[in-house]
Write a protein that binds this ligand. Structure first.
Ligand SMILES: Cc1ncc(COP(=O)(O)O)c(C=O)c1O
Length: 121
C-alpha cells in the first residue's frame, strides 16, 4: 500500500488521527507492506504533527522523507526508515544503483540540522 498521509499532492489532504489508526488497525493482521511517503510533513505551519503510520505499525511500514521541500530540491537527498530486514536489501539495491549518495550534500544537511537544533534550544 502506497500512501501520502500529510499534505498529499495534488489534493493537499492530510489524514486525521482517526484515519491513521483505522489504517493501522486494518493492516496489522495482513502481510501488506505500507509505503508511507512523507515529503511534505515538515511543511506544517500550524497545528501539531500527526502520528506517522510508521509509528503505529513499525514492522509493516517503510517511511520515506525528502529534504527537497524543506532545504533544497537540487541536493536530491531524502531518507528512509524501514524494518532491518528490508533496510538490508534496500542498502544493497541503492549501492548497485549509484554506489552512494553525495557525501558533501549529506554533511551540509547534517550541519544545517545541527544549527537548527542549537537555534531551537
Ligand atoms: C508525493 C511525493 N513523494 C515524493 C516526492 C519526491 O521528492 P524528491 O524526489 O524531490 O525528494 C515528491 C516530489 O514532489 C512527491 O510529490
Amino acid at each position: 500500500m502506497y500512501t501520502v498521509p500529510n499534505f498529499q499532492n495534488p489534493t493537499g489532504i492530510t489524514y486525521s488521527e482517526e484515519n491513521r489508526l483505522a489504517i493501522a488497525d486494518m493492516m496489522k493482521n495482513t502481510n501488506t507492506l505500507i509505503i508511507e511517503d512523507d515529503p511534505y510533513g515538515d511543511l506544517r505551519f500550524t497545528g501539531h504533527h500527526k502520528t506517522s503510520i510508521k509509528k503505529l505499525l513499525p514492522q509493516h511500514t517503510i517511511l520515506l522523507g525528502s529534504f527537497s521541500k524543506t532545504i533544497a530540491p537540487g541536493f536530491r537527498l531524502g531518507w528512509i526508515v524501514a524494518p532491518n530486514h528490508i533496510m538490508e536489501k534496500l542498502i544493497i539495491a541503492k549501492q548497485a544503483s549509484d554506489l552512494h549518495t553525495n557525501y558533501f550534500v549529506q554533511r551540509i544537511i547534517g550541519i544545517l540540522h545541527y544549527i537548527q537544533k542549537v537555534v531551537d534550544t
